[in-house]
Design a binder for this molecule. Structure first.
Ligand code: DGL
Length: 272
């Protein structure tokens, strides 16, 4: 059995593109339907009940496109509403926490792992709990970096951007003192800042990209469920947002290295 249906991916905004980038690379013949909730970003400072409400609306939108897999490419949603989503869906679902924690557990040598994410993600201790289930000897250092998401949403993603470098230093200096050898970018927006983060942390620290790891894991789920598309033709992704497409189009185009003009459609997410 195979399936030509799409993979549905969502995030509060641009962050899930860190997963889409990898999907386009490893599964070019799969159709991607992406929803970025740009009208309501950020999610990471909101209450758990609001985050859950948004997550279910986003998922209902994707289901309307008849998707075969739902990917919450969002650390915040995965941490706060992931289990509720999984329980409600009758198609395969993945969030970012499990695949990313696995990858970090494989990477670390000194068992000291840093986790950065939104306030909601860090407050939930989702990565820490998962990591310490995998190995109780792991020392996990958690840190919320709330300014990273607006930096990304406003296009401050250049490796040499002076504002971004300053904010990275301000947040990460305390983590740098903990001699971690692995740093989980636990919010999918953060890989868009990975140049500046890697420069600051130094080459001795391996960055684990939650978007990338989740795309790899999604490919595994599709394979195990015989849901990969047999049609070898390259598919063009479709993007939907809940605010005007312009900024999203420009920054996404820059990050994905493709012309996004006329590929982004605005929808009314409140009606879902
Ligand atoms: N990209 C998201 C995450 O992975 C959401 C960030 C936000 O909206 O605050 O947590």
């Amino acid at each position: 059995m195979s399936s030509s249906e799409a993979i549905g991916v969502f995030d509060s905004g641009l962050g899930g593109l860190s997963a889409v980038k990898e999907f386009l690379h490893i599964l070019p013949n799969e159709k991607i339907i992406y929803f970025g909730d740009t009208g309501r970003v950020p999610y990471g400072n909101r209450s758990n009940s609001t985050i859950s409400k948004y997550a279910f609306q986003d998922t209902r939108f994707l289901l309307e496109h008849n998707v075969k897999l739902v990917v919450a490419a969002c650390g915040t949603v995965s941490s706060v509403a992931g289990e509720a989503l999984r329980a409600k869906l009758d198609i395969p679902y993945t969030g970012v926490v499990n695949p990313t924690a696995f990858a970090a557990a494989e990477k670390t040598r000194n068992k000291k792992i840093g986790v950065i994410g939104t306030a909601a993600t860090i407050g939930s201790h989702s990565y820490k709990n998962r990591l310490q289930k995998l190995n109780p000897e792991f020392e996990v250092f958690e840190l919320a970096c709330p300014l990273f998401v607006p930096l990304v949403e406003n296009g401050f993603i250049g490796q040499d951007d002076q504002i971004t470098r300053l904010v990275v230093k301000r947040y990460l200096s305390e983590l740098k003192e903990q001699s971690i050898d692995t740093l989980i970018l636990g919010c999918t927006h953060y890989p868009l800042l990975s140049g500046a983060i890697q420069d600051y942390m130094g080459s001795g620290v391996a960055l684990v990209d939650s978007g990338y790891e989740t795309a790899l894991y999604s490919a595994k789920i599709l394979k195990e469920n015989n849901l990969l598309n047999d049609n070898k033709a390259t598919q063009n992704p479709e993007f939907f947002v809940s605010d005007t497409p312009d900024d999203f189009q420009n920054i996404a185009g820059l990050f994905l290295g493709r012309d996004m003009e006329h590929t982004v459609t605005q929808i009314d997410i409140e009606s879902y």
